[in-house]
Write a protein that binds this ligand. Structure first.
Ligand code: ZN
Length: 161
């Protein structure tokens, strides 16, 4: 049971309306690359693109079925809207682009993702909390690992609280 086309349309309309959002959302079948990317937000054009096949695959990988795929789709959209409506996004990505320190860069990247998840959490309170938390946890895992790695390979000794 793939993600329901009607649900896709309704969800996009509902969330854009709920957030009084100015972004445009489009869906595509597949992400053109080897990475599994479910969605992305382009700052310049303010367009969110959602990749339906990746969303289905990720959902299946994480939950072992497509039972939660409608929630999954809604959560990914809410996350991308979190990027779109993050007042600090431009500043943080600029800092990230010019950050020579791996540890600092890893922290900035995490901060950007965390901001988007905080927004998403408030935007879609109706979704299954277990599903939501599990997606967040999985998504942030790689960022926490990067921080750990950067911290242990960092030449400067630093205490991480
Ligand atoms: Zn993100």
């Amino acid at each position: 049971m793939p993600v329901n086309q009607r649900h896709v349309k309704t969800t996009i309309q509902t969330l854009l309306h709920r957030a009084s959002s100015d972004v445009r959302v489009r869906t595509k079948k597949k992400f053109p690359g080897s990475r599994s990317v479910g969605g992305k937000f382009s700052m310049g054009s303010r367009i969110i693109t959602l990749y339906l096949q990746e969303i289905e695959e990720q959902c299946f990988q994480l939950f072992g079925s497509l039972r939660s795929v409608d929630d999954y789709f809604r959560i990914i959209l809410a996350h991308e809207m979190g990027h779109a409506h993050d007042p600090l996004l431009e500043q943080l990505s600029d800092e990230l682009d010019h950050c020579p320190q791996p540890l600092e860069a890893a922290r900035l990247a995490l901060r950007i993702e965390q901001n988007a998840w905080d927004y998403a959490s408030e935007l879609v309170p109706e979704v299954d909390r277990f599903v939501f938390e599990k997606i967040v946890q999985c998504s942030l895992e790689a960022y926490h690992e990067r921080i750990q790695e950067a911290a242990t390979t960092s030449s400067e000794l630093e205490v991480i609280a």
